[in-house]
Design a protein around this ligand. Sequence first.
Ligand SMILES: [Zn+2]
Length: 253
Amino acid sequence: MKKTITISELFEKYNKALESALKMNYLVRDTSLQEEESNNLKSLKNLIKSVKYQVIEHGDEKLANRLFHLQNVLNSVSSLLQMWVVIKKEEYTAAWGLLIDAHEYLDLALKAIQGDEGFWGLDVYQQKLKTIEEVCFPGFPLYNSWGAKTKGGKCTICKEYYESCDHLEGLIYAGRLCTIVGYEALEPDHSALVTNPRDRRCIINKISTSEGFMRDYITWKLTDEPVPSVEEAGSDPMIMNCTLFVNHMIEWD
Ligand SMILES: [Zn+2]
């Protein structure tokens, strides 16, 4: 027998799942409970996504966007719970990546209902994300930002070459984000330290010290990695080890 679910039942499930998951959104909560809640959110997200695809087939753009909104909020909270799990394992760079995922999913959730009212206290959640970031991480004065020569990327909406289609990168079309994937060539041609990068995952990892060893920028621990010598540098150069590029995209469809 095929099970069916109504849209209002789906919204009810969504509200209950979020209420339950947000009870685990604290450092001191049990790790296995946090993992369990994060996985529950992922399962519900998959259900919502499958309903969304049926809605897209029926041509209901507004409902598809609302379901995409729910999908992104669930992805955001699920990422945040995973961040607590990983932070307790002292995997801080991975934790930072998950926090950025949570931010990006929330931004996408808000974009999906632009001009429409939200369904849940997202402003409170957004503030909480910012607070968690400030309390858990030292803040990065600079990030790495790169530019690249690209060729042959395809549009995620129509699957055609982006250059020849009418969709615009960053816009949402009936519950899906237009972005460019599957480049035939991607050749980074420059990078720069900036305060407002395209990807906040590209952080400073280590900095040089006068002790002659590199310091971990997140934990502030002096590592046993010697400061590399740099030719043609001034008398007291600051040497940084940065992440230049992270091959990671959040769910767009
Ligand atoms: Zn397109």
